[in-house]
Ligand binder design. Structure first.
Ligand code: BDP
Length: 679
C-alpha cells in the first residue's frame, strides 16, 4: 500500500469475467527490434503477466495474438493500415484494431513512439475491463510538444517540490540509483509525455555544468528517457559563458559569446545526438539575461537558437519576466502586464526554432487568475502553454486540489485572437496561427516520496495532465474515472466518493484561501499558509491593497494599470466593467468597497466570511467522506490520505480564522450571521 505503482499497477484479474477473453490473446507478435518497440513489448508483457498471471508467449503467426509494430516495419500492421484506411495518425498517433477474422489485436503506428502510446492505451483498455470485441481506436495527439519541467537542483532539493527530494540528484551529484528515473519515465510515457527538462529554471553554478562537465551523466539520463520516447532538455544559465566559460561577458551579440554557445552545443550533440534543446529563464527574479547588455529577448534566444539549429534543437524561452521590485509601494506599475509588455512587441523577431513558454496566468499559478493575454497574441511566434502540476499555491500536496477542471477552463478560454473560437487549446497546439512548434509544458509534482507526489490524490494531477495534453477534448469526468479505476480498481462507492472529493477540491480550497481572484495571501517565500498584509508593507508580501474601505487591484484602463487593454474583443470590456466582470475574478481587476454587491447578491465582505466558514466546514467533511472508504482499498493507501485530509481540515480552520479576522478588523463590518463568537 505505498502507491508507488501509481496508475501502472496490474493486479490479477483472475476472478473477473474478462479473464477468459483476454487470455485468448496472450501472445505477442513483434518483428522489429527497435528500442522503443522493445519497451512497448516489455510494458505489455509486464501488464499481461500481472493481470493474467502468466507472461505472454512469442507468437509465430498473427492469429490469436497481439500484433505490435510500425506501418513500415511490420508487414501485417502495414497491411491492416492500408486495408482499413484509418484516418491520418501523424507521427505519434496509433490505431488499435480488433481483427475478428484472425482473432488478433493490432496496435500500429507510423513510428515506434506511436506504438508505445498505443500499447499503453491497450493496457488501459484491459485494466478498465472493457471488451475487445469490435475494438477500433484511432488517436493522434493534439499537441506536438508534451513536456514536463523538473525544478530539481543538483543539491537534491526540488524548488517548489512537495514530495521529498530529487530522484535525479543528491549532494551535487547524479543519484547512483537511476531505477527511480526509469520508473518515472514509464509513468510519463504512459500518459504520452515526450519531453523533459531535467533541472530547475533557476540554474546555479553547479547546474550550469550539466552541458559541460556533467555531460556523460546527462547522456545516461537521456538514454533512459530515450527508451520511453522522451527527449531530454536542459535548463541553461544565460551567464554560462562567464560562469563556466571564463569569458568576461555574456552579451548575446558578442562573437566570442556566440562561439562559446556553438561549441558547447556541438559538444552536447556529440554525446547526445537527439538532445532536445535548452529551457531559459532570463531577466527575471535575479536571473541573468540579455537586459544586462541592453539587448532584448529576441537577441538572447536567437543566439541560442542559432547554436542549436544545425542539430535540430530548440530553445524554449520563458516569458515569466517581470521586475520583482517594481510593484512595491507603486500602484502604477503592474506585474500582470509584464509578460505581454515585454514580448508582444517582439512578435516575428524570433528564429523558427525558438518557442516562448507562457504561464497560464499573467502572475504566477494562483488558485484563480485570468488567462494570460499573451497566449495566442503573437501569430508569428511559436508558443507553449506552461502549467504547474506541483501545488505551489494550491495547498502544496498537503491539501487536495484537483487541477484538471482548472486546466480545462483555461484550454477552453476564448482569446478572440482570430475572432470567436480562438481558444487557448488551439493557441497551445499551434493550430490557431499555424505555428510549426507548439504544445504544453508543466512543472512536475514528483519527488522521492514512495508514492511520488506526497499526497496520493495528487497523482491524479500528473495523470490528468498527460491525458489532457494528448487530447484536450477529454472531459474532466472521463479523466477522473479512468484515474480512479487504474489506481484503485473497480468499486462503485469508491468511485463515487473519490470523484466527489476530487471534483469539489478546488472550490473548497479556493473558498478558505484568498478571495475573489485577489491571489496570494500566503506566507512570503514558502507560499504555504495564510498571510494577510500586502505589498505596500513587505516586498514579497501579498498584493491585495486592502485598507479599511476596500480591497482589490485596479487593473482597468479607466482608473487603474490598464492591464485589461491587453485582452481582445469582448474579454477586454468584460473585465473592464464592474457590471460584467465575473465575481471570481473581481478583485483581480477591480478595487471595490467591502460593501460592493456581487452578482451573487452578497456584499464582498459577507462573501469573504461565508466562503471561509463554508470552505473550512467542507474541508472537514472530506475527512468523513474518506473515512467511509476504509475497507475499499489497501489500508496503507487509505491511511496516507486520511492523514493529509486531517491536516488539511485543521489548516483550513487556521485560514478561515486569520483571513476572516483580518478583514473584520480592517473593515469593521460584522458578519451578518454572527458566527465570529465561535472563533
Ligand atoms: C514562481 C516560484 C519560483 C519560480 C518561479 C518561476 O515561486 O520558485 O522560480 O515561479 O517560474 O512560481 O520561475
Amino acid at each position: 500500500g505505498t502507491g508507488y505503482q501509481a496508475w501502472l499497477g496490474y493486479p490479477s484479474i483472475a476472478s473477473d469475467k474478462s479473464i477468459n477473453e483476454y487470455m485468448a490473446y496472450n501472445r505477442l507478435h513483434v518483428t522489429e527490434d527497435d528500442e522503443v518497440i522493445q519497451t512497448a513489448v516489455s510494458e505489455l508483457s509486464r501488464g499481461l503477466e500481472g493481470m493474467l498471471g502468466v507472461p505472454p508467449t512469442q507468437a509465430v503467426q498473427v492469429e490469436n495474438a497481439i500484433v505490435l509494430g510500425t506501418i513500415g516495419g511490420h508487414p501485417h500492421v502495414g497491411l491492416v493500415f492500408v486495408e482499413h484506411q484509418f484516418e491520418d495518425i501523424g507521427p505519434e498517433g496509433y490505431f488499435i484494431w480488433h481483427d475478428n477474422e484472425n482473432q488478433s489485436i493490432v496496435v500500429g503506428a507510423a513510428t515506434p513512439s506511436g506504438v508505445l502510446y498505443g500499447t499503453f492505451h491497450l493496457l488501459r483498455v484491459l485494466r478498465m475491463g472493457a471488451s475487445l470485441e469490435n475494438l477500433t481506436l484511432v488517436e493522434r495527439p493534439a499537441n506536438k510538444l508534451r513536456m514536463i519541467n523538473q525544478w530539481d537542483n543538483m543539491d537534491g532539493s526540488v524548488e517548489r517540490g512537495y514530495a521529498g527530494t530529487s530522484i535525479f540528484y543528491k549532494d551535487s551529484r547524479f543519484s547512483e540509483d537511476l531505477g527511480r528515473v526509469r520508473d518515472y519515465a514509464r509513468l510519463l510515457a504512459s500518459v504520452s509525455v515526450n519531453a523533459i527538462v531535467i533541472n530547475n529554471v533557476n540554474v546555479h553554478k553547479v547546474e550550469s555544468k550539466l552541458i559541460t562537465e556533467f555531460l556523460p551523466q546527462v547522456a545516461r539520463l537521456a538514454a533512459i528517457f530515450r527508451a520511453y520516447a522522451i527527449k531530454l532538455f536542459v535548463s541553461v544559465n544565460f551567464a554560462s559563458p562567464i560562469e563556466i566559460g571564463g569569458l568576461s561577458t555574456a552579451d548575446p551579440l558578442d562573437p566570442a559569446v556566440r562561439q562559446w554557445w556553438k561549441d558547447a552545443t556541438a559538444g552536447i550533440y556529440q554525446q547526445i545526438p537527439d538532445f532536445g534543446g535548452f529551457l531559459v529563464k532570463a531577466d527575471s527574479e535575479h536571473r541573468p539575461g540579455p537586459f544586462t547588455y541592453n539587448r532584448d529577448h529576441a537577441d538572447g534566444s536567437n543566439m541560442l537558437a542559432e547554436a542549436l539549429k544545425p542539430f535540430g534543437g530548440i530553445v524554449i524561452w520563458r516569458c515569466f519576466v517581470y521586475n520583482c521590485k517594481q510593484d512595491w509601494r507603486d500602484r502604477k506599475t503592474d506585474r500582470a502586464r509584464a509578460a505581454y509588455d515585454h514580448f508582444k512587441p517582439l512578435d516575428g523577431k524570433f528564429m523558427d526554432n525558438v518557442i516562448l513558454q507562457i504561464k497560464n496566468g499573467p502572475i504566477d499559478f494562483q488558485v484563480r487568475e485570468p488567462v494570460s493575454p499573451l497566449l495566442g497574441a503573437m501569430p508569428s511566434t511559436n508558443q507553449v502553454l506552461e502549467l504547474q502540476i506541483t501545488q505551489e499555491y494550491t495547498g502544496q500536496q498537503r491539501h487536495v486540489f484537483y487541477l484538471i477542471p482548472q486546466w480545462k477552463e483555461i484550454l477552453e478560454f476564448d482569446t478572440y485572437a482570430k475572432g470567436e473560437g480562438s481558444t487557448i487549446k488551439l493557441a497551445a497546439s499551434g493550430a490557431l496561427h499555424g505555428n510549426p512548434l507548439a504544445g504544453i509544458a508543466a512543472v512536475s509534482n514528483i519527488g522521492d516520496d514512495l508514492n511520488w507526489t506526497g499526497h496520493l490524490l495528487a497523482q491524479a494531477n500528473l495523470y490528468g495532465y498527460g491525458r489532457l495534453i494528448w487530447n484536450p477534448e477529454l472531459t474532466v469526468d472521463e479523466i477522473t474515472e479512468e484515474w480512479i479505476v487504474l489506481t484503485f480498481g473497480h468499486h462503485e462507492k469508491l468511485m463515487a466518493t473519490i470523484k466527489q472529493i476530487l471534483l469539489s477540491s478546488s472550490t473548497i480550497y479556493e473558498s478558505y484561501t484568498a478571495p475573489l481572484g485577489v491571489g496570494f495571501m500566503v506566507t512570503p517565500h514558502t507560499h504555504y499558509g495564510p498571510d494577510v498584509d500586502g505589498y505596500e508593507y513587505a516586498m514579497w508580501g501579498t498584493y491585495h491593497y486592502a485598507d479599511w474601505q476596500g480591497i482589490g487591484v485596479d487593473r482597468t484602463q479607466a482608473t487603474g494599470t490598464g492591464y485589461t487593454s491587453q485582452y481582445l474583443g469582448p474579454n477586454c470590456e468584460r473585465y473592464e466593467s464592474l457590471v460584467t466582470c465575473p465575481d471570481d475574478l473581481l478583485l483581480f481587476f477591480h478595487h471595490v468597497p467591502y460593501t460592493h454587491i456581487l452578482h451573487s447578491g452578497k456584499t464582498v465582505i459577507q462573501h469573504i466570511y461565508d466562503a471561509h466558514f463554508e470552505g473550512a466546514e467542507q474541508a472537514a467533511a472530506l475527512v468523513d467522506l474518506w473515512a467511509d472508504l476504509s475497507g475499499t482499498m489497501e489500508a496503507g493507501l487509505h491511511k496516507q490520505v486520511t492523514e493529509r485530509l486531517m491536516e488539511q481540515a485543521e489548516h483550513a480552520k487556521e485560514w478561515r480564522d486569520r483571513i476572516n479576522t483580518y478583514f473584520y478588523r480592517k473593515s469593521g463590518i460584522a458578519d451578518g450571521l454572527h458566527r465570529f463568537i465561535h472563533l
